[in-house]
Design a protein around this ligand. Sequence first.
Ligand code: AN7
Length: 380
Amino acid sequence: MAFGHRYTGLIDRYRDRLPVHDDTRIISLGEGNTPLIRLNNIPRELSRDVELYVKFEGLNPTGSFKDRGMTMAVTKAVEEGSKAIICASTGNTSAAAAAYAARAGITAFVVIPDGKIAMGKLAQAMMHGSVVIQIEGNFDDGMRLVKEVASAAPVTLVNSVNPFRLQGQKTAAFEIVEELGRAPDFHCLPVGNAGNITAHWIGYSELAAHSGDHVTAACTFCSGHCRYAGGGVAGQRPKMLGYQASGSAPFMRGAMVDNPDTVATAIRIGHPQSWDVAWKVREESGGWFDECTDDEILAAQKLLTEKEGIFCEPASAASVAGALRDIRAGKIPDGSSVVCTLTGHGLKDPDTAIAQASRTPIKVPAEIDAVTRAIHENMD
Ligand code: AN7
């Protein structure tokens, strides 16, 4: 990269593919441009020949992929003259909404389920000065309420039913294709509302439409003049694999779930907002949905932290838990390239992490003998 070039966020980077004007005031915190990390140690132990990558979205400014959608949603809300935004959230959306509202100088109202939100996310919503409304109900109750409020009050709804959210989030697919030089064979994501899996599919589909010598399908915003036209980099699209937590798996049950539960509180969602379109994504991509138990999710989170040095939150680990199972079973065949999205950072949920860590701190007196003994006794 040339000296003097400052990365200024995904809207600036992909403005030719996003619904903004030259004079739109961009509300950004430098989101996007997250690392695509190739896993080394975990695949070696699998003894399967797959190229396995994680896209670490936990390294966005507020620690989750929600920032990609929120920069777009808040930019458009401000452009339209809105002075306040509102969302229901299992935690990460509220953290992102609070931060981007602070950046824009507007008010964020966030509706969260009582007691079922990870501590880091609550701290973020509170610190960024949002109005936190804790309801005696779950995320799905909150969603119903904020939709009703937003239809009557002068506040902009910034959940993923706001179409600008998915436009921002589709850019993750652009980054992956740029780095790999092609789309992966499989893309694995944790699924809650199914907004993110849908957004990725939009991204991959736009690239595919622009590969080869001519535009084969209408691109939403660029009329065929964007930087990908004729690029030929991504004619193929991945199979999209969506993994749910067993206690919150409406896509596996084939029906809404009324009392969802899982340790992965981020995806404790029983009534997905992108229900119909997510089924279409599965169909069009030739992918599938599957479920992971809480134990499998926590085991995958731990595996990533201990074997690869990557700390994601439990919900994110569902993508890896599912992918590893499908790789072992051969459903994801040898020779495949696989990307798993790690949607949020492990620091979001310190309580769950500490509760399941392999080693607890060793308490000793502040004396050289005691510390030396602790080292010798624990040398691997
Ligand atoms: C870490 O914050 O819905 O399938 O309110 O925080 O697009 O819903 C969070 C969702 C996956 C699921 N991983 O994504 C919210 C919220 C993490 C998440 C998901 C969420 P979608």
